[in-house]
Design a protein around this ligand. Structure first.
Ligand SMILES: *Cc1c(COP(=O)(O)O)cnc(C)c1O
Length: 215
């Protein structure tokens, strides 16, 4: 699908859900996509992108930022504590805070670099062993640590539902958790399930395949 088509699908989903299209941000996930494709999106006016590797994002986006300073780059992958410094340098939003060590290091780097990046806590809504994110049971503790102890600017929650489950229950759970913590932003929904995510209140949908697969 073209960027325009995806945007119009998002607008349709919003309409069906009784929401305004402006309430949902499209994060174009460009992991493993070449720079030319990103430039094509930039030329169409798109500015919000998602990458899941610090190194790859640095290689692709450092140069692009000079020409397009208003890019908003979201980190959506697993972040190792020792990469926090580089992540704070290149990204604008960190969507995958999932532990106290990482939160502490991110807060420290933000202070050092004087860059205050909005953060999301990733919640492992399916309690999957191999997946990043904090378990729902430990979310409140981590949230309080982030906001009270290290003053990390946590603005929302993010989740990636288990691959072979109907995502709706996970979206509903994330919404309830966000509400209980007074958080307004929710990053949920990908190519296959953004319509449902928008129904449950997503403010950010992260879409890769639908934008880049021309089949
Ligand atoms: C790759 C990725 C996406 C995009 O998924 P698609 O199904 O290709 O739209 C979204 N979120 C995360 C965390 C990803 O790694």
């Amino acid at each position: 699908m073209s960027l325009l088509e995806v945007q119009s699908r998002i607008a349709d989903s919003c309409k069906k859900a009784g929401r305004k299209p402006g309430e949902v941000m499209l994060v174009a996930v460009t992991k493993s996509q070449p720079t030319e494709k990103i430039i094509a999106f930039l030329e169409q006016g798109h500015r919000i992108f998602g990458e899941n590797r610090v190194q790859e994002a640095t290689e692709k986006f450092m140069a692009l930022r000079e020409k397009y300073p208003d890019i908003e780059l979201h980190f959506i992958g697993r972040l190792q504590t020792n990469k926090a410094k580089d992540a704070v340098r290149i990204f604008d939003v960190i969507e995958t805070v999932d532990g106290v060590k990482l939160a502490e290091e991110l807060a420290h780097e933000m202070q050092r670099q004087k860059r205050n990046l909005p953060c999301f806590i990733q919640v492992n809504t399916g309690d999957e062993k191999q997946k990043g994110g904090v378990s729902p049971a430990e979310l409140e503790g981590l949230f309080l640590f982030c906001t009270k102890q290290v003053r990390l600017p946590v603005e929302g929650l993010m989740c990636i539902p288990p691959a072979h489950e109907i995502p709706d229950l996970h979206f509903a759970l994330l919404r309830n958790l966000a509400q209980s913590l007074g958080l307004k932003k929710m990053s949920m929904g990908m190519s296959a399930d953004f319509d449902s995510a928008i129904r449950y209140g997503a403010t950010h949908v992260r879409i890769g395949t639908a934008l880049f697969d021309i089949t």
